[in-house]
Design a protein around this ligand. Structure first.
Ligand SMILES: [Zn+2]
Ligand SMILES: [Zn+2]
Length: 316
């Protein structure tokens, strides 16, 4: 087995080349993947010194372990934030393996490797086949950002209104998915400069949070689901008047501040706030098929998969 190139976060916060060596033989259902594309997620930028970088990986199957059953050499596959779980607990059996206590997370249990790398070794069970119509570059950002956005839209009705706060890496995928799921899509933005981009991505209504009027939101436009895709904490006094009864709010971005909210309105209107984490494998695969069929693509800037390219991408 080869020693291959990976990248860690150096003292100055930028990617630094390193190496990983794997055992001579691929064990169990492990697969050696030659990385061809990687996204850069906000979580990569938050990582502390010495963590192996990259968790939006796409690549070609180079070699397979003896217990690999389905994937063949040369298949285009992808992986995201979660790359393993115990395989037997109740959460696993209920298709909630991302919450399994023995889950393998990016940056915690991923055995010294990531997608900012020449190769990687993962379990077949946590690799996803990339549909033919998706390029590796377009598929990469879907592995964490796309999975996160699609999970937060599970169960929305095409008769409902979905609001998205933020038009960044996560928000621009949320807008596209919500539009293709048939929902009315509202973008709530801190600045009117995102208007044109939001409409182009599929928003039906754009509201600048700085100067919106509650009267702009009649019952049809009251939000059944609110996706917070910005690290700016929600201002509930602004949001509550435009949430529909029983609305569900998902906080998708990472913030280390407390999420505070007024108590009574949440009871009287049955409002809920839900936590979610990337996607289960079943939802992840549905997301890839949905994105391929509806031609949902991330807006990307391509850089070479080299240390220099990674450094440039890490600058934002
Ligand atoms: Zn991520
Ligand atoms: Zn488990």
């Amino acid at each position: 087995m080869p020693t291959f190139k990976v990248h860690k976060v150096s003292e100055d916060g930028y990617p630094k080349e390193s190496t990983t060596t794997k055992p001579d033989e691929l064990v169990g259902d492990n697969i050696l993947v030659k990385t061809t594309a990687s996204g850069i997620c906000g979580t990569d930028l938050h990582r502390q010194h010495d963590v192996f970088l990259g968790h939006e990986g796409v690549g070609i199957v180079e070699d397979v372990g003896r217990q690999v059953k389905y994937l063949k050499k040369c298949a285009l596959v992808a992986w995201g934030f979660v790359t393993g779980s115990c395989g037997h607990c109740l959460l696993y059996l209920q298709e909630e393996e991302v919450f399994c206590r023995e889950r393998c997370f990016y940056g915690f249990q991923n055995a010294g490797q990531g997608s900012f790398a020449s190769q990687a070794v993962w379990s077949e069970a946590f690799l996803h086949v990339v549909p033919n119509s998706l390029s590796d570059e377009d598929a990469a950002p879907l592995q964490c950002g796309g999975a996160t956005a699609f999970t937060a839209l599970e169960g929305v009705k095409p008769t409902g209104t979905v609001a998205i706060m933020g038009v960044g890496g996560l928000g621009h995928l949320c807008i596209q998915f919500a539009n293709k799921l048939g929902c009315r899509v509202v973008v709530l933005s801190g600045t009117s400069s995102k208007l044109e981009e939001a409409l182009k991505l599929g928003a039906h209504k754009f509201t600048s949070m700085a100067d919106y009027e509650p009267e702009d939101f009649d019952d049809v436009w009251k939000m059944n689901r609110l996706l917070i895709a910005t690290s700016i904490l929600p201002k509930w006094e602004i949001l509550l008047p435009i949430l529909a009864p029983k609305a569900v709010t998902y906080a998708l971005s990472v913030s280390f501040a407390n999420l505070e909210m007024p108590y009574i309105p949440f009871i009287l209107d049955g409002i809920s706030v839900k936590g979610s984490l990337v996607a289960t494998r079943a939802v992840h695969r549905e997301m890839l098929g949905f994105a391929a069929f509806h031609i949902i693509k991330p807006v990307i800037e391509t850089l070479p998969l080299t240390t220099e390219g990674m450094k440039e991408g890490s600058n934002g």
